[in-house]
Design a binder for this molecule. Structure first.
Ligand SMILES: Nc1ncnc2c1ncn2[C@@H]1O[C@H](COP(=O)(O)OP(=O)(O)OP(=O)(O)O)[C@@H](O)[C@H]1O
Length: 627
């Protein structure tokens, strides 16, 4: 059965395409300049084998000019040009790309060229801002020049015209301004400069524009020099992107300056990471770890992402899909000739090449951080101070899927080393009989260090990791273990067998006291029992299984109305004089014993950093004892 060809209503198709492919109207200039650059590249390539070309790379240029009265912007190149057939095939057929065909034809030799176009749609983006586009062009080696003209969907005309040199001139007539759109802005020098800098800064050929400047000349009328205007051709683009240069040829100051200017940071980056990949996807990346935390980093306003370029032409300012959340602090650029310019944001998300790049970059960032941790501890600690919390969030996010990648990058304060240590360092120091990784959570290192619950473990010389951020306990919960050693809270963890045995005996001996305290405190506590870990302090609170006190505080902060509470287990030190006083009062003066029980509970709350249920009641109790 014969296959029918699809027919498309070209007018509607053009309309649809012009208004749906690109998000920002201003990219029309980028598209026209990219075409001019492609045309120069093509003739440059031809020069390799054709002596008649007589031009070398440095002779090619793209000129930009404006006629405010006529409302036109003209982009002129001295590239390959087009003949009548090219005009019909490339500008007369939507989605036909001469550049794509060129790349197919030259095959492997494309390394010498930077041809950008591939879809055959970019040119029509001019109609987003123009009501008429005129192309005057002469193909290299041809005697005849042609003019192509179109007002958009209505079609186009091709006629012969006069043009002395090979190359192309695209004359864009801007639409009238409307209430919403101020097209005239594109006629302003500052706007064109801005657009070239933003989108086309790294086009390999000079993009030039005649600009009016002033110079001082001695005046014959006065002592002061006269300001005389003159016109100069100025190159607006910097041409060679820093990431295309070999790392060895770039001075550190150059990287720093590029970073500060591009990402508007006052501080130098802490680390520069360069990537050059060839293979499944060819790309270059230049990444930076900022030297300071951006002020809005931990807020919703902060947007993560890398700048994405296709052969030096900007596609997206912040492409979020190139960075995982845990490395969202990284800034930088990625440039790949394999990506297409007009790819939409939605499509980018599913782009296979982009996924490959993102995967590689994640590995590269991880290995650079690991290297810094190993070789430059002090620098790593600065990094940790700035962005460590983000790595911890990374561990707990998405049900811990990234924990293997990130766990070796974590640092926690050590009770014995008095500095930040890695989990690996902790585990390698563990004594043979220590089965678990101990941690203790609290507001600050100082406060944790004073927790009475830790006394016994500290006396045994056991190293404890101090968790000072809300997320820390969630990290331990997500990791569960590191190198087969489980995490356990030094506050809640069971002590050794003999201590437990002793506690059982104590519970039995003093059972009336424990029952009395429990009855006095009622539902405020889940249990009252003898402590296995207190030495010089009379009381402490532990949380038992599940939610810890730090987690309770965190949830309280996040959802103040939420009444999720950790279990409160009151532990009493039976060897402390306060306990003896309590025990005596239970039989001699039960009313006083009740006051003691409440006071001890309140003190335990204070030490745990938890709010008192009734602060003024507590003051009354203390003052009552002072009578
Ligand atoms: N200044 C120019 N000089 C020579 N040929 C040009 C010029 N501008 C456009 N062309 C031709 O017209 C074709 C279509 O251009 P268009 O911008 O629509 O698509 P493209 O650049 O090929 O691909 P993309 O849509 O990816 O930009 C080009 O492939 C090229 O062959």
């Amino acid at each position: 059965m014969a296959k029918e060809q699809f027919k498309a209503e070209s007018k509607r198709l053009l309309d649809l395409m012009i208004n749906s492919i690109y998000t920002h109207k201003e990219i029309f200039l980028r598209e026209i300049i990219s075409n001019a650059s492609d045309a120069c590249d093509k003739l440059c390539y031809q020069a390799l084998t054709d002596d008649s070309v007589k031009l070398t790379r440095k002779d090619f240029k793209i000129d930009l000019s404006v006629n405010k009265d006529a409302r036109t912007i003209t982009v002129t190149d001295n590239g390959i040009g087009m003949d009548k057939e090219d005009l019909e095939n490339n500008l007369g057929v939507i989605a036909s790309s001469g550049s794509y065909k060129f790349k197919q034809e030259v095959g492997d030799d494309t390394k010498d060229t930077d041809v950008i176009g591939q879809f055959g749609v970019g040119f029509y983006s001019a109609f987003m801002v123009c009501d008429q586009v005129t192309v005057r062009t002469r193909k290299f080696g041809s005697d005849t020049a042609y003019q192509w003209q179109s007002s958009g969907a209505d079609g186009y005309t091709v006629t012969e015209c006069d043009k002395s040199d090979a190359g192309t001139e695209v004359i864009m007539h801007l639409k009238d301004d409307t209430e919403d759109e101020h097209y005239s802005e594109f006629l302003e020098e500052w706007k064109l400069r801005e657009l070239i800098k933003k989108y086309s800064d790294y086009i390999r050929f000079p993009i030039r524009m005649a600009v009016t400047k002033t110079k001082k000349v001695a005046s014959c009328m006065s002592d002061k020099p006269d300001e005389v205007p003159y016109v100069e051709m100025e190159t607006l683009n910097s041409m060679v992107p820093i990431w295309q240069r070999k790392k060895a040829d770039v001075k550190p100051e150059e990287y720093n300056e590029f970073y500060r200017e591009k990402f508007h940071d006052f501080a130098d980056p802490q680390r520069v990471i360069t990537v050059s990949a060839e293979g499944a996807v060819t790309y270059k990346a230049l990444l930076f770890i900022p030297g300071a935390t951006p002020f809005d980093f931990y807020t919703k306003e902060y947007e993560k992402g890398l700048q994405l370029y296709s052969s030096g032409v900007l596609i997206m300012d912040k492409c979020p899909d190139l960075l995982p959340e845990h490395f969202r602090f990284v800034r930088g650029v990625v440039d790949s000739p394999d990506l297409s310019l007009n790819i939409s944001r939605e499509l980018l998300q599913h782009d296979r090449q982009l996924k490959v790049i993102a995967g590689n970059l994640e590995k590269k960032i991880k290995s650079e951080l690991a290297k810094m941790l190993k070789d430059e501890r002090e620098a790593y600690e600065t990094f940790w101070k700035n962005f460590g919390r983000q790595l911890k969030y990374g561990v707990v996010s998405e049900y811990g899927i990234h924990k293997d990648l990130l766990q070796d990058l974590l640092l926690f304060w050590s009770s014995t080393e008095k500095k930040l240590v890695t989990l690996d360092e902790y585990v390698s120091r563990m004594k043979e009989d220590q089965k678990v990784i101990y941690y203790a959570a609290g507001d600050t290192v100082d406060k944790i260090d004073k927790l009475p619950q830790l006394e016994a473990l500290k006396d045994q010389g056991v190293e404890i990791l101090y968790f000072t951020e809300e997320v820390d306990e969630f990290v331990a919960q997500t990791l569960r273990s590191y190198k087969d050693k489980e995490f356990r809270s030094a506050m809640d963890g069971a002590s050794d067998e003999s201590a437990q045995e002793k506690a059982k005996e104590e519970a039995d001996t003093h059972k009336d006291v424990f029952a009395f305290v429990k009855e006095t405190l009622g539902d405020a506590v889940a249990e009252v029992k003898p402590s296995t870990r207190l030495k010089s302090h009379p009381v402490c609170l532990t949380a038992g299984e599940g939610l810890s006190f730090e987690m309770e505080k965190y949830f309280q902060l996040m959802q103040p109305d939420n009444s999720i509470k950790a279990q409160r287990i009151l532990e009493l030190n039976t060897e402390h004089p306060a306990f003896t006083a309590l025990e005596n009062a239970v039989t001699a003066d039960p009313e006083k014993a009740k006051i003691y029980a409440k006071l001890l509970y309140d003190q335990a709350l204070l030490i745990a950093g938890l709010p008192l249920d009734d602060p003024s009641g507590y003051t009354d109790l203390v003052c009552g004892l002072m009578k």
